[in-house]
Design a protein around this ligand. Structure first.
Ligand code: 0L1
Ligand code: MG
Length: 257
């Protein structure tokens, strides 16, 4: 019996993103499981690297109960970030590149020296050089933003774009900082960094552990998106978005009209 055509699935997902056209879910039809889905994700991102993009970090997904409830999936997942996904703080995102974009407020880490996979992070401030408020733009390549766990993993955890605000030294506590997502100056979501696995620092342990299972080692200088503190909100053309994290400041983007 042959397994799913992993390269073919990566190609379908890559074309969906290129053509800005949603596709039906793939996993149920093809018998894709979680391990095979991470292999599809690797091939999908390799397709981008083949076009000259560079790997610049890793993101965690579904780290909060709000996010899990929003998409009906209940496991923490991880995906890859490339340089082309990064939008400067205060910059404009071309929304015509995305199918049904949503934005969510996050906390970003700038990685320093990291332990081997399987070893505990130990002192967080040895592993993380700086912390920043961030916005992630997610965009599922599946119709109606609906997917199973293997589907969303294969789709690089809906990664679309991200903005990182100003870096600060790691503050004393990160586990219960207030978070706001504003759209056009109005509060759209309110949350706390406690929603990110109880403490965003835990997301790094999980990222090292889960990515390590697939042979991926986090690198010094990478950006690590720890996960969203609230549910995501649809990004409309022309919207001005700001994520504010207590003690860390804010990050912002504008959606092209
Ligand atoms: O970053 C995230 O939490 C997204 C993970 C995938 C689920 C979604 O698309 O909302
Ligand atoms: Mg996210």
């Amino acid at each position: 019996m042959t397994g799913p055509d992993l390269a073919g699935l990566a190609e379908q997902l890559g074309r969906a993103a290129d053509d800005v056209t949603a596709i039906p879910q793939l996993a149920a039809e093809t018998g894709l499981d979680v391990d095979a889905a991470y292999a599809v994700q690797a091939a999908l991102v390799q397709r981008r690297l083949g076009r000259g993009e560079r790997l610049v970090g890793l993101k965690m997904g579904l780290t909060s109960k709000a996010k899990m409830a929003q998409v009906g999936v209940d496991e923490v997942i991880w995906g890859r970030l490339t340089d082309l996904m990064r939008v400067p703080d205060g910059g404009t995102v071309d929304v015509s590149r995305f199918i049904h974009p949503r934005v969510e407020p996050e906390v970003a880490f700038l990685l320093d020296r990291l332990p081997e996979p399987g070893e505990p992070v130990g002192d967080f401030t040895d592993a993380v050089r700086a912390v920043a408020p961030a916005i992630e733009l997610i965009d599922s390549r599946y119709a109606n933003f609906r997917f199973s766990l293997p589907d969303v993993i294969a789709d690089n955890t809906s990664a679309g774009a991200f903005v990182v605000g100003p870096w600060s030294p790691v503050p004393d506590g990160l586990e219960n900082l207030g978070v706001l997502l504003e759209v056009d100056g109005r509060v759209a979501q309110v949350g706390s960094t406690a929603a990110i696995l109880g403490d965003p620092r835990r997301a790094l342990d999980e990222g090292i552990r889960l990515a390590g299972r697939h042979g991926v080692r986090l690198r010094e200088g990478w950006v690590f998106l720890a996960g969203a503190a609230t549910a995501a909100v649809p990004l409309r053309a022309g919207a001005q978005v700001r994520a504010v994290v207590e003690k860390l400041g804010s990050a912002s983007l504008r959606a092209s009209s």
